[in-house]
Design a binder for this molecule. Structure first.
Ligand code: ATR
Length: 269
């Protein structure tokens, strides 16, 4: 049986094994997909051992996405732009890296949420690894503009600068976040960490679609605030399922349907 896994730390609560098991079942395929907890500093050794032992592919989650990118001998354009990989595959004896996070976000927004990105005014909160992974795919949708707002302005400026040739993108501090965005994506780590995110009055409003890349309980505080301001909202569960489907397709050449799996996971939550 072809072997896959997800590397991370922590990893116990990862839904990826369940998602991939459901994809495989829906396509009548048999795969093995497990979780692997990796201690800090040991990612490369674990990944090499897995692939040397015949592993076909791996997803990679926090905090190893940059190490995964650096480990690979080849990388896709979108992984290079992100400087990080959530996807590894063994092909022709070498390890290849890709990044399916941005495609997952775009697919969830556009397909599952009916959120139009072409011509949209997008406010991206955060400028860390999670934000970096989605800037390129968001700009590829041709929004009117994308503003990256971050607590530390310099990090947002660096990220916007890196993508200047990809579309209309600029940086600001959280205090200066625009109040006329139509789509907001929270890519800060505040939801995952349960920390407060200070936003100025007017950033959350009733003409906004507010998306949190975290899902479940973590995203609740932010999305409750956005809802109270009249915004439409969604958490990142759909992004998780969509990035997994893109991974499955890249590994196995068949694209699983995401709708039923997303509905099943929502029913379990
Ligand atoms: P990740 O890989 O999850 O993006 P990261 O690289 O540590 O993690 O980045 C975390 C992001 O969340 C950063 O944009 C960070 O802002 P700073 O660059 O100013 O540190 C943002 N962030 C974390 N805690 C925050 C808080 N309490 N309020 C606002 N932004 C916060």
């Amino acid at each position: 049986m072809d072997r896959y896994l997800v590397f991370g730390n922590p990893i116990a609560h990862s839904l990826s094994p369940e998602i991939h098991a459901r994809f495989a079942a829906s396509l009548g395929e048999r795969i093995s997909y497990e979780r692997m907890l990796v201690p800090a500093g040991q990612f490369a050794a674990h990944a090499k051992r897995f692939f040397d032992g015949g592993g076909r592919g791996a997803n990679v989650t926090l905090p190893f996405k940059v190490e995964a990118f650096e480990l690979a001998s080849r990388a896709s354009e979108r992984a290079r732009l992100a400087g990080a990989a959530n996807f590894l595959a063994a092909r022709d004896g070498v390890i290849e890296a890709d990044n399916t996070d941005g495609a997952g976000l775009v697919a969830d927004l556009a397909r599952n949420q009916g959120c139009m990105l072409q011509g949209a005014r997008i406010l991206l909160l955060g400028a860390g690894g999670a934000a970096r992974g989605v800037v390129g795919p968001l700009l590829a949708q041709k929004p009117e503009w994308l503003v990256i707002a971050n607590r530390t302005h310099a990090r947002a400026a660096e990220l916007a600068g890196a993508f200047a040739s990809h579309g209309s993108v600029r940086a600001c501090g959280l205090d200066d976040a625009p109040g006329d965005a139509t789509v907001l994506v929270n890519a800060t780590s505040t939801s995952i960490r349960g920390e407060a995110l200070e936003l100025r009055e007017g950033v959350l409003h009733s003409d906004l679609f507010a998306y949190d890349m975290a899902y479940g309980a973590g995203a609740k505080a932010f999305l409750t605030r956005a809802k109270a301001a009249g915004a439409r909202t969604a958490d990142g569960l759909g992004m998780l399922v969509e990035q997994a489907a893109e991974s499955y397709f890249l590994w196995r050449g068949r694209r699983p349907e995401t709708g039923p799996v997303l509905a099943q996971l929502r029913a379990l939550a």
